[in-house]
Ligand binder design. Structure first.
Ligand SMILES: Cc1cc2nc3c(=O)[nH]c(=O)nc-3n(C[C@H](O)[C@H](O)[C@H](O)COP(=O)(O)OP(=O)(O)OC[C@H]3O[C@@H](n4cnc5c(N)ncnc54)[C@H](O)[C@@H]3O)c2cc1C
Length: 471
């Protein structure tokens, strides 16, 4: 391995090849602190040519590479294994915006750009880059593409996949595929772009992308609404979809238990709705017409919802800081869970038509089997995406509880997901966390096709091995 390290110094300045334990440490553990690995080195290239040379070299030496962006992923995809033979290739130095094309309404940018920076830069040009998620201050576009991240705007603008028009990718052979095109139509055979998006670094290393931009809305109104049942929250969603149509840009659900946990760790973010109702929904409308237009529309829909007894309470944010506080309540649930200690996460999607049945049945089974557990259930309800997370009973040791019950809890919840024809990963991906369950969830045919693709594109299995699929 000394020879490989030596040859790396022909590609990168020594300061960008981290070899000492204390320098590598920040890159070795995932955000949730569930996985820690070892690495031969952490390398920090600054352009696509350097990435290509590194991959070529690693391919020759048959050394595995773990691509890494902001390291905020929830499935351990960016964490190396324990052998100490893998190289982490972190893209943070590749953070240039190559072009903002205002006519084509696109941005061309490198994989290491931080999501929040992209939002800010595009907004300076009068455009909206709609991808938005709790980790936006640290996650990177390459990571967002590699995980096909979702977030809070999927309802209106789609996943990261839907926002991407073109990619530049370094293949497992160390070639650069230049698919940097800002085309909204391009039916020229197999869609390579779609193959790399969501592949979690197992098929290629994304080095740059062309992403769609949208006009900035003139006005946004945010409201918090209380519902007594999950069926009522779905009826409310359908009402908003019917009346507000494309103006509906956010529809997030939070259960009472989720907001109790947030308040415990962040008291300033207590639910302003009276009595913290069983289900609180955060709704956002965005309009390109006028403030009055959207405010009036929002009030009319809420009135109808009150009249039809779909909602029991509502607070409309009167200014930007109140709207931000509502969003923070939602985004701090994940942070409150991290403060509370280890928990078991389930990022799932269920069709809206069976969501009520899923929650009722799963809640009942879980509470009966594990008395005292706390079900921290919240999520992007507009997409049928729940974060159905389990915290141990108060007073019990989270690590011990998880060790004893993790498999049983996952099996129970995922069997209900299958019953309701849902997915075991809505937006967080597979990584190493859900590797074992993928085969049975996808079925033999789909799983074998995935293996065939992996073997064809990465025959020496050097790109993020044992993540997503294991060959
Ligand atoms: C507080 C918080 C809130 C979150 N909310 C959401 C949410 O609402 N929706 C959501 O979808 N996710 C959410 N996440 C998860 C996470 O932020 C996303 O998965 C994000 O897209 C990961 O980006 P990253 O740059 O941190 O990638 P990393 O964690 O560094 O990597 C993730 C995966 O992508 C691969 N990868 C990274 N960069 C590249 C590249 N350039 N080329 C090829 N492969 C690469 C890695 O190998 C790994 O498999 C949240 C995380 C946190 C901490």
């Amino acid at each position: 391995m000394q020879k490989l390290i030596h040859e790396l110094t022909n590609i990168l300045d020594a300061q960008y090849i981290l070899l000492e334990d204390q320098d590598k440490a920040p890159y070795l553990t995932d955000w949730r602190k569930r996985f820690t690995g070892k690495a031969l080195a952490v390398v920090l290239p600054c352009n696509s040519a350097e990435v290509a040379q590194i991959v070529k070299l690693c391919s020759e030496f048959r050394v595995a590479i773990v691509p890494q962006g902001g390291n905020t992923g929830f499935c351990g995809g960016a964490t190396p294994d324990n052998t100490g033979t893998q190289i982490i290739l972190n893209l943070k130095r590749m953070n240039q915006i190559r072009e903002i094309d205002t006519l084509n309404q696109t941005i061309t940018l490198e994989a290491g750009c931080i999501l929040q920076t992209v939002q800010e830069k595009t907004s300076e040009h009068g455009f909206l880059f709609p991808l938005s998620l709790g980790a936006e201050g640290s996650c990177m576009i390459g990571g967002n593409l590699a995980t096909n991240a979702g977030g809070t705007n999927v309802l209106r603008y789609g996943n990261t996949r839907d926002l991407c028009l073109g990619l530049e990718v370094v293949t497992a052979q160390g070639e650069i595929w230049n698919g940097i095109k800002g085309l909204r139509k391009d039916n020229t055979g197999y869609d390579l772009r779609d193959l790399f998006i969501g592949s979690e670094g197992t098929l290629g290393i994304i080095t740059a992308a062309v992403m769609k931009l949208y006009p900035l809305p003139i006005s946004q109104w945010t409201t918090l609404v209380g519902c007594e049942s999950i069926a009522a929250t779905i009826a409310l969603l359908n009402l908003f979809q019917k009346r507000a149509t494309s103006l509906l840009t956010g529809f997030e659900m939070m259960t009472r238990e989720s907001l109790e946990l947030t308040e415990k760790h962040f008291p300033r973010l207590a639910n302003p709705l009276k009595g913290n109702p069983p289900f609180t929904v955060l709704i956002e409308l965005s309009d390109h017409e006028s403030e009055e237009h959207v405010r009036q529309l929002l009030e009319t829909i809420l009135e109808e919802a009150f009249e039809n007894r779909i909602i029991s309470d509502a607070v409309i944010a009167n200014n930007l800081s109140q709207a931000n506080a509502f969003w923070q309540m939602r985004e701090h649930i994940t942070l409150a869970q991290a403060e509370e200690g280890a928990n078991l996460k389930h990022d799932i999607t269920i069709p809206l038509s069976t969501l009520d049945s899923f929650i009722q049945k799963t809640d009942q089974l879980m509470r009966c089997k594990f008395p005292g557990i706390r079900i921290i259930n919240f999520g992007h309800l507009g997409d049928g995406n729940l974060h159905y997370n389990i915290a141990p009973p108060l007073g019990s040791d989270p690590k011990q509880f998880n060790e004893n019950h993790e498999k049983e809890i996952h099996d129970l919840i995922y069997s209900q997901v299958e019953r309701c024809k849902g997915s075991i990963s809505a937006e967080h991906g597979i990584g190493q966390l859900k590797l074992a369950g993928l085969r049975s969830h996808k079925g033999e045919v789909a799983h074998n096709l995935m293996l065939t693709i992996k073997k064809a594109l990465d025959p020496h299995n050097i790109l993020n091995p044992h993540k997503v699929v294991s060959i």
